[in-house]
Structure formats: C-alpha cells, structure tokens
Write a protein that binds this ligand. Structure first.
Ligand code: CUA
Length: 158
C-alpha cells in the first residue's frame, strides 16, 4: 500500500498525540493519585448530628491545612445551623455543608458560592471572603412550605 509522505507524518503525529495524552492521564491518575471531582464524600443523613465535623456546626479554626478555618453548616427544613456566623476578613475558609432531610440549596448572595445539598452527601468549597460586610445565605432549592424562610448570615469582620 502506498502512503503519501504527508499522510504518514499526520498519522505519526496523531498516534504520538494519543500516546502523550494517555500518558498524561495515566501518570495523573495512577502516579499522582488525581481523581475526578465526582468522588463524593458521603454521610448517613440520620447520623449528621453525631458525626464530625457536623457535630460542631459553625466556624472552627484548623491547623496544618491549606485553609485557616472550616465553616460547617447543617441544613434542615427550614433552617441552617449556624444561623449566623462571624468570619475574619481575608481568611481562607473551607465551607463544608450537608443536609439532614431533603435537598436544600446553599447560595451565598454576592459571591460565587452556590451549592446543592443532597441528603447523604457532603458538599465543600474553599473560599476567601475579602470584602467586609454581611452576606446572606439562601436556599435556592424548593424544599417545602418554609423554603422562603430558610436563610443564614455570614458577617465578614476585621
Ligand atoms: Cu431549603 Cu429551600
């Protein structure tokens, strides 16, 4: 079979690129241990109150992690625990949240924080509040008759 020179070059380039991409994915997955973000943390919704970190909702200072604080929320119909919290300005905070009953939302107005809290799953986001003020946390998933009353407040203070 006769192949044009350019066709051969193109074929080699194509196979070469495939080998490179598969190597990158392989090294990343098996050597560096990277996983897609779909590997979720799960929790038994009935045991939320007794399991760490949800047994201590609120702002907790942590040491030796990439973030300075963990801000733990437990959502349930129709409130968030804590209902109000103070966060130091500029601190790196990992927000960790779950729900005890039905699906709730967790949107912090005026920021890009917007999570869906599903029973049985833990949702997390690392963020820095670098503007002073009060932030409203609202539920943006319809969760029942008290849905519109469900909110919490984050006060970012100096
Ligand atoms: Cu909780 Cu809507």
């Amino acid at each position: 079979m006769h192949m044009h020179k350019f066709e051969k070059i193109w074929l080699i380039f194509g196979i070469g690129a495939l080998v490179v991409f598969l190597s990158v994915v392989g090294v990343s997955a098996f050597y560096l241990g990277n996983k897609p973000p779909s590997c979720l943390t799960t929790i038994d919704p009935k045991k939320v109150d007794t399991e760490a970190p949800f047994d201590k909702p609120g702002l907790n200072k942590v040491e030796g992690k990439e973030w300075d604080y963990e801000l733990v929320y437990v959502a349930s119909a129709f409130l968030y625990n804590p209902g109000e919290v103070e966060v130091p300005l500029g601190a790196k905070v990992k927000v960790i949240a779950t729900t005890k009953d039905v699906v709730h939302g967790f949107q912090v107005a005026g920021t890009n924080i917007n999570m869906m809290l599903e029973p049985g799953y833990v949702n997390e986001i690392v963020t820095t509040f670098d503007k002073e003020g009060e932030y409203l946390v609202v539920c943006n998933e319809y969760c029942g008759t008290g849905h519109h009353l469900m909110s919490s407040k984050i006060k970012v203070v100096k």
